[in-house]
Structure formats: structure tokens, C-alpha cells
Write a protein that binds this ligand. Structure first.
Ligand code: GTP
Ligand code: SPV
Ligand code: MN
Length: 625
């Protein structure tokens, strides 16, 4: 028999700049993936109940004890589908230079052909859900809408928590709003190509995964994974990778940042946005309970912020999400009592351990583990097992409205005015506890030079130091060099008095014997108090024309708290810890500058000259110190 050529179906996609017809797109995707049925989702409580019941029946969700953990469920993923897969995340812009050296670029036509291949018949035997959602309060001028097609009921229910799903979004699309089309399949059809039925499993997925983005046509295509950032396409794929491109083109910023409202003992209010890499403390900081008397921190967002210049020259931010997909391990009464309370009911847990009485447990929830557990893989576990009971990247999915520290302004459609922007990483050495940038350009340099020790939130060797500019390395939909240029442009357009101050922080510096030098968590309020004090100092200075750095002293890497300016009342640090927390070793920093130069070099002539100038100035200050 002669070989017949296989007809590759055309992957339905959007023409650049052309409005996409929702119904035509859904029909075209259905033609490709061949589902048994199509269900349009309305985000209602009834719909959620039906999906949850079905997942309980199929074993995807395990109901937890209704008294100990009401309304809550445990999902156990496939053991090979536990985190974002950065090596399989692709930016498919027409030119490789637009994706930049730190993204995996694929030629759009090549990727479309590959995706069409794997997606052909991918939903056979399954239901195809159509999920209209809004990132940001529906109708907010800072919000954007999308539609996710998926064959995973776990994804539908999770999107219902993490975004605003409903017919109000469809109405906006019918009225002409442009939407981001996002297709997701777990890649496990229940009918094989020869027509035989395949048994379903609790967590279907495929060993080969694709998380593909077409920034020019604002499309997302995801295949093979059911997990978090790979599958809940409103989150990293839309709200960061696609939105960062929208922001570049339209003059706003989509960032991997938490957002909080801070109130001082005098009742003054500030808004702070902070970018830390994955699993480096955003959720903890967003729910911080200050140890400093009289201070309040309220939560607006814990992972993503969209920031847009307002007409008054200030930067306004929203949290585009409606829920938290947070790291469970390390979340305990000592570290994050707010989260522990938030998780008392109506939560979907993924890859935590199960107690014998039908509740959940993870490392760090209590100081001592229970005597017996079922671990995240479903195996019997005791403290002697010698392996973690919960996966290090085990997560909770919970509505933001359920957070005890949620700010009443968290859904303000106008957003909140940002006073300070903070960048931080997990650095055992070199980087001081807190540094104020000398000006906006220096602040962009602080963001561009964030580095952090690898965590379990993505595949890779935990603990290895990697560069993670703006905590956006895996999340920027275009080249990081242009992202920095965009930040410089946005800052230049803000009014002097309204422009946020920029800071760098590091909660993770260690002593020679490997102990954390700073207690962190609620004690981070001390650093926050200094930060907003600097905002006050800068504001009153811009009125009076006097020095703007009261409470600060200049060092080679930036401004640090002047002696006594960091409120340490009631805190006992080990001898010498404070000095070590702020120590700047010129030799180690000179080596750091060499690494930065090497890192910057890969961006060639797209690197903004302002950043080269910042590196030169830093070297000069180090030499003079
Ligand atoms: P993603 O959701 O992955 O984007 O991460 P996130 O930045 O929200 O991470 P999260 O707040 O969940 O960070 C969790 C890890 O950071 C845990 O290991 C915490 O114990 C640790 N952590 C958070 N804050 C502090 C701190 O102030 N000091 C120390 N030493 N560890 C901290
Ligand atoms: C992160 O990895 O930064 C997360 C979790 O917030 S995920 O949704 O999987 O991206
Ligand atoms: Mn994140």
C-alpha cells in the first residue's frame, strides 16, 4: 500500500487586528478536537455543584471531612504534572528577536502545525467546556476578557474561583469587546483513533506538553497538562504573557506582583506593589500581620497586578484575579495565620497530604506532623517515611473574598494608586535587607537585576541561583530588554510627585552558619514601615525642596535605613545580624556586576543604554566605597 498523506487540519486562529467571531471560533476548535458535547459555562453555583459531583464520582476530587474542612476537596495530580513546565512554554512571535533570548521561541507556522497535529481528536469522548471570563472586575476600564475552551472540569471549577466567569462577559463579547481566545486540552482522548474506548483516570494529562502563546494575535494554546499555570489560562498565560504584550502596545504594565494597602498608626494610607519570583513570599507578604503596633496591612492581590498611568500622573493598579492559587507548604499559624484561617472552608487543595480523619496536612502547617497520613501520591506515610508528605509545590485554590485581610477596595474598578514598588529575590548572600533606589532608572535597574534561588514552582534544580528580572523571566510575552525600555518609558510619563518610589528587599540572607538573619513574615512590617516613611519623606521634600532622603543613608548599591530609622523595637536579633543584613562587600558586588554584564550582553543592542549606564555608575560607587 502506498503511503497516504495525512491531511493536517488547519488550526483556527485569529487574523492580526481582525475581530474574532466567538461562535465561529468555538465551532472551528470543536471540528479540530472532536468532543462528544459542548457546554457553555455560566459560572453559576449550580454549574459548579454539578461539575464537583461529577469529579467526586470519577475520583478526580476527594471530598474532605465536612465538619473539619467544609466545602473542600483534595485533588492529586499525575506525579509528572506538578508544576509549570518552562521548557515547554513557547512564545511564537513572528520574529525570534521579539521573544528575546530568555524565552523559548518557535516559528508561528511551525507551532501551529505541531499543535494541530496533537490537538486533532484530542477531546474525543470528552466534554468541551466554553468558559467566558474577565480578568479584573467586569467592566473596569483596566479589565480584559477572555474565553477558555477546556476538556478539564477541574480547570473549569478552578477558573470559576480564580477569575470572574459568567454571562456578563459573554454580553460584553456580543457587544463587540475583543476577547483573548485560549484553548486547553489535557491531551487524553477517551476514544483512540481506531475507535476503541479508553478508560479515564483521575488526573488525565499527556507526557508531551505545549504551553504556546501567539502574542501578535493574542492567542493561547495549551496541551497536555492540567496543572495551575499550565492550564488555568487566565493566570500566567493571559494575565502576564499576553497582557504584558497588550501593556507594551497600550502603555500599561502587567506584572508578577502582589498588591497591598498599608495603614500607619496615624491612619495614613499607602499602596505597595511587590514582585518576588515564584514561591518567594508574595502570598505571605500580601497577608502579612504586622508585629509593629498600630500598623495594618490589607490584601488586594497576591500574584499579579496590572498597572496603568492615570490622568493625574500616578500609577493605578488592579488585581486581575478573583482568587488565590497559593503554595501550601510553609503556610502555618506561625508564618501566615491569615491564610490558615482563609483555608478553613471552601478550598480545592492539590497535592497536599490527607489525614486519617479526612482533613489536609502539609509541611509547616503544624510544627509536628501527624503520626500517619496518606501522602500526595496516595501512599501511606509516617514521619519515618523520609519523604515529604505534601508535594513542595502543593497548592490551594480559594476565593479572594474569603481572605480575612482582604481590603474593601480590592475590586475598585478604578484601581488603587501605587506609592511604592518593591523587588525581591531569595538571596543567601550579598543583597541587603532593604535598599531604596536612587531614582526611577535605578529602580528599573534593581528590577532588571533580580536573581533568586530556584524553587519548586517550576521544573529545575531547587536552590540554583538564576536571574529573574522583575520576577518575570518565565512570564514576559516579549523580550525582557524591551520590557525594561517599556518600564523606563512608563516612568518618564508619570508626574514627579506621583511616581512610585522603588525598593529592593531580601528576606532570605543567611549567616555563615546557614541561618536566616532576618525573622521575616510579620516582622517584614518593620521594613514596610521604613518604605512608606521614605514615601512621606520624598513627598514632603518635593513640596519643600529640601533633601528627600531623611531616614536614609547612601551606600554604593542604594539608600538604606539611617541608624535608628528601621524600627526594631521589641525585636531581638542575634549579635551582628543587623550589620550582616546590610553588609555590602565590594569584591562580592564587583563579581555580581560581572554576572550582570554577562546577563545583559545577551540582549545585544536591544538593551536600553540607561541600564548600561546604571551598571557603570554602580561600579564607580563600589570603587569609591
Ligand atoms: P507563587 O504563587 O509561586 O508566585 O509564589 P509566592 O511568591 O506567592 O510564594 P509564597 O508567598 O507562597 O512563598 C512561599 C515560600 O516563601 C515558603 O517557603 C515560605 O516559607 C517562604 N517565605 C515567605 N515569606 C518569607 C519570609 O519573610 N522569610 C522567609 N525566610 N521565608 C519566607
Ligand atoms: C507561580 O509559579 O508563580 C505561580 C503558580 O503563581 S502557577 O499558577 O502554577 O504559575
Ligand atoms: Mn506566581
Amino acid at each position: 500500500m502506498t503511503a497516504t498523506s495525512v491531511r493536517l487540519p488547519h488550526l483556527p486562529h485569529v487574523a492580526p487586528g481582525q475581530p474574532l467571531d466567538l461562535h465561529a471560533w468555538v465551532a472551528a476548535v470543536a471540528d479540530l478536537v472532536e468532543p462528544d458535547e459542548i457546554v457553555w459555562c455560566d459560572g453559576s453555583a449550580d454549574e459548579r455543584r454539578g461539575l464537583v459531583d461529577r469529579m467526586v464520582a470519577t475520583g478526580t476530587l476527594l471530598p474532605l471531612d465536612p465538619v473539619l474542612r467544609p466545602g473542600s476537596y483534595l485533588a492529586r495530580s499525575d506525579p509528572d504534572d506538578v508544576a509549570r513546565v518552562e521548557s515547554r512554554t513557547f512564545i511564537c512571535s513572528s520574529s525570534a528577536e521579539d521573544a528575546g533570548p530568555t524565552n523559548n521561541w518557535r516559528e508561528p507556522a511551525v507551532m501551529r502545525a505541531e499543535l494541530a497535529g496533537v490537538l486533532t481528536g484530542a477531546m474525543r469522548g470528552r466534554t468541551m467546556y466554553v468558559v467566558p471570563f474577565s480578568m479584573g472586575p467586569v467592566g473596569s476600564p483596566l479589565a480584559q476578557v477572555g474565553v477558555q475552551i477546556t476538556d478539564s472540569p477541574y480547570v473549569v471549577v478552578s477558573m470559576g474561583v480564580m477569575t470572574r466567569v459568567g454571562t456578563a462577559v459573554l454580553d460584553r463579547i456580543e457587544a463587540g469587546a475583543r476577547f483573548v481566545p485560549a484553548v486547553h486540552s489535557v491531551g487524553a482522548p477517551l476514544v483512540s483513533s481506531d475507535g476503541t474506548r479508553v478508560a479515564d483516570v483521575p488526573w488525565p494529562c499527556h507526557p508531551t506538553k505545549y504551553i504556546a502563546h501567539f502574542p501578535e494575535t493574542r492567542e493561547i494554546w495549551s496541551f497536555g497538562s492540567g496543572y495551575g499555570g499550565n492550564a488555568l489560562l487566565g493566570k500566567k498565560c493571559f494575565a502576564l504573557r499576553i497582557a504584558s504584550v497588550m501593556g507594551r502596545d497600550e502603555g500599561w504594565l502587567a506584572e508578577h506582583m502582589l498588591l497591598v494597602r498599608v495603614t500607619s498608626p496615624e491612619g495614613r494610607r499607602y499602596h505597595v506593589a511587590a514582585a518576588f519570583p515564584s514561591a518567594c513570599g508574595k502570598t505571605n507578604f500580601a497577608m502579612l500581620q504586622p508585629t509593629l503596633p498600630g500598623w495594618t496591612v490589607e490584601t488586594i492581590g497576591d500574584d499579579i497586578a496590572w498597572l496603568r498611568p492615570g490622568e493625574d500622573g500616578r500609577l493605578y493598579a488592579i488585581n486581575p484575579e478573583a482568587g488565590f492559587f497559593g503554595v501550601a507548604p510553609g503556610t502555618g499559624v506561625e508564618t501566615n495565620p491569615t491564610a490558615v484561617e482563609m483555608l478553613s472552608h471552601d478550598v480545592i487543595f492539590t497535592n497536599v497530604a490527607l489525614t486519617d480523619d479526612g482533613d489536609v496536612w502539609w509541611e509547616g502547617l503544624t510544627p509536628e506532623p501527624p503520626a500517619h497520613l496518606t501522602d500526595w501520591t496516595g501512599r501511606s506515610w509516617t514521619p519515618a517515611s523520609g519523604r515529604p508528605a505534601a508535594h513542595p509545590n502543593a497548592r490551594f485554590t480559594v476565593a479572594a473574598a474569603q481572605c480575612p485581610s482582604i481590603a474593601d477596595s480590592w475590586e475598585d474598578p478604578a484601581g488603587v494608586p501605587v506609592d511604592a514598588i518593591v523587588f525581591g529575590g531569595r538571596r543567601a548572600t550579598n543583597v541587603p535587607l532593604v535598599t531604596r533606589a536612587l531614582d526611577w532608572e535605578h529602580g528599573v535597574f534593581l528590577g532588571a537585576t533580580v536573581a533568586s534561588e530556584q524553587t519548586a514552582a517550576a521544573e529545575g534544580v531547587v536552590g540554583e541561583l538564576r536571574r529573574d528580572p522583575f520576577a518575570m523571566l518565565p512570564f514576559c510575552g516579549y523580550t525582557m530588554a524591551d520590557h525594561w525600555a517599556h518600564w523606563l518609558r512608563v516612568g518618564a510619563g508619570l508626574s514627579g510627585a506621583g511616581r512610585p518610589l522603588v525598593f529592593g528587599v531580601n528576606w532570605f540572607r543567611k549567616s555563615a552558619s546557614g541561618e536566616f538573619l532576618w525573622p521575616g513574615f510579620g516582622e517584614n512590617a518593620r521594613v514596610l514601615a521604613w518604605i512608606v516613611g521614605q514615601v512621606d519623606a520624598a513627598r514632603s521634600a518635593s513640596g519643600s525642596g529640601s533633601g528627600s532622603d531623611e531616614g536614609a543613608v547612601a551606600g554604593p548599591v542604594g539608600l538604606h535605613p539611617a541608624p535608628g530609622a528601621l524600627d526594631l523595637d521589641g525585636l531581638t536579633l542575634p549579635d551582628g545580624a543587623l550589620e550582616e543584613l546590610f553588609a555590602v562587600d565590594p569584591a562580592a558586588w564587583s563579581a555580581e556586576c560581572d554576572l550582570t554584564e554577562e546577563f545583559f550582553a545577551q540582549f545585544g543592542d536591544r538593551l536600553p543604554p540607561e541600564l548600561t549606564a546604571q551598571l557603570t555608575s554602580l561600579r564607580a560607587r563600589l570603587t569609591a566605597s
